[in-house]
Design a protein around this ligand. Structure first.
Ligand code: NAD
Length: 427
């Protein structure tokens, strides 16, 4: 029997979705009989495009475009964040939702993959405008989300505040307080201890596991971080707390470098008070052209901003031993090949940044039980899940002689397609 799919995207689309499809192509030869079902991974299950009109503070009505994509729900409800960024496209949200399918399966969480976003620059909206856009968007995607159907969480441009508004809007619409509809909420309304730093801490755990394999010490190592938001900031702090030296950091405002080391706590304090709300102008480091960030010699390079940052153009210049992908999709397949050729270990996003969704899972379980764990329990379990996931993927990469990314995709795709095969086709 043969399984076929009809392509509905132009071949030329090398956007994030194109990259994801290429990653699926790379894993297909390793899937054995399950490859019969592989086209399941090449199509999102459902896509919702919504119009999000709001009143600006000056009374003008503005329409934004929003998305919610369910890539796959074979292993459980859709799960994935909501992005507010001026460059959000359907291709990007589709890829991000697919990476969530792979990530949740790679780590063994009982979820499928989903993602959402609004094409908006949140920095240009006031808090009350942001509240209106969040509430209207939540209502518009209300037909898809729910604690047993699809559970959003923060991503670029969103955080606990937006999750509180989403939880409240959904709760108002269904007439019952429903904490489990989103994760990454403030603690006071059913959030989990340890969630805020979970992704960054997970990046650190995954990096440390990889370092152990090659006999590399964290203490005294040099770390370069791209992006100083939720993920980059927490990852930098975790490395710093374990004795590593943060030599360079960038964000959307620019990059800074100090070979003697940057204190990320002090930098965060500076960012919170600076006019640009960015690292630009930090007085205890030198400015660095952002394009040169990846050339700074280091042991750990942490892209923690956006996708497609390490490409075939700059992968040759990367001077590191381990790339740990805090961001989703920061390395293109061509760059993956170059890094592999140069002996750089890439800990792929679907493992490296899975700490966030892992603690989101803990939050969701706690919300269902209305029983909350200590931070110590959360962190201990996060560390265990991350270590087990990394070890399983490392083993496959050794056994099959493939990259950690392909190994993670082998583990994850096999789990998703096994569930698919067992459930069979409806009707
Ligand atoms: P965020 O909005 O908190 O921070 C993003 C950071 O990237 C900011 O510091 C911003 O200034 C910086 N940035 C944006 N464009 C840049 C550029 N061109 N060059 C350098 N820096 C740039 O977002 P976040 O939640 O930290 O997410 C970052 C990445 O991590 C995204 O790829 C996201 O999908 C991924 N991720 C986030 C989570 C989470 O729990 N928040 C979980 C898994 C993966």
């Amino acid at each position: 029997m043969k399984s076929e799919t009809i392509s509905y995207l132009p071949e030329a689309d090398k956007g994030p979705w194109g990259i994801y499809l290429e990653q699926v192509e790379r894993v297909t030869p390793y899937l054995g009989k399950l490859s019969y079902w592989v086209d399941t991974l090449k199509r999102p299950k459902r896509i919702l495009i919504v119009d999000v009109p709001i009143h600006l503070d000056d009374g003008t009505v503005v329409h934004f475009e929003g998305y919610r994509v369910h890539h796959n729900t074979s292993r459980g409800p859709a799960k994935g964040g909501v992005r507010y960024h001026q460059d959000v496209t359907l291709s990007e949200v589709m890829a991000l939702s697919a990476w969530m399918t792979i990530k949740n399966a790679a780590v063994g969480l009982p979820y499928g993959g989903g993602k959402g976003g609004i094409r908006v620059d949140p920095r240009r909206l006031s808090p009350s405008e942001l509240e209106r856009i969040t509430r209207r968007y939540t209502s518009e995607i209300g037909i898809l989300i729910g604690p047993k159907k699809d559970i959003p969480a923060p991503d670029v441009g969103t955080g606990p505040r937006e999750m509180a508004w989403m939880m409240d809007t959904y709760s108002m619409n269904v007439g019952a307080t429903t904490p489990g509809v989103v994760t990454g909420k403030p603690i006071a309304i059913g959030g989990s201890l340890g969630r805020a730093d979970a992704t960054g801490n997970g990046v650190f755990f995954a990096s440390r596991s990889a370092a152990e394999k090659i006999g590399l010490d964290i203490e005294g190592s040099r770390v370069v971080v791209q992006g100083f938001g939720n993920v980059g900031n927490a990852a930098a702090r975790a490395f710093y707390d374990h004795g590593a030296k943060i030599v360079a950091i960038s964000d959307v405002t620019g990059a800074v470098i100090n070979e003697a080391g940057i204190d990320p706590y002090d930098l965060a304090d500076y960012v919170s008070k600076s006019e640009t709300r960015g690292v630009l102008g930090y007085p205890k480091a030198e400015p660095l052209p952002a394009a040169e960030l990846f050339q700074v010699p280091c042991e750990f390079l942490i892209p923690a901003a956006l996708e497609r940052q390490i490409t075939e153009q700059n992968a040759w210049k990367v001077e590191t031993k381990i790339v740990a992908e805090g961001a989703n999709g920061p390395t293109t397949p061509a760059a993956d090949d170059i890094l592999a050729e140069r002996g750089v270990i890439v800990v792929p996003d679907v493992i490296a940044n899975a700490g966030g969704v892992t603690v989101s899972y803990f939050e969701w379980v706690q919300d269902f039980n209305s029983y909350f764990w200590t931070e110590e329990e959360i962190n201990k379990n996060l560390e265990r899940v991350m270590r087990e996931a990394f070890e399983a993927v490392w083993q496959v990469s050794q056994d099959r002689k493939v990259s950690l990314r392909t190994a993670a995709y082998i583990v994850a795709a096999s789990r998703v397609l096994e569930a698919r095969a067992m459930r069979g086709l409806y009707p």
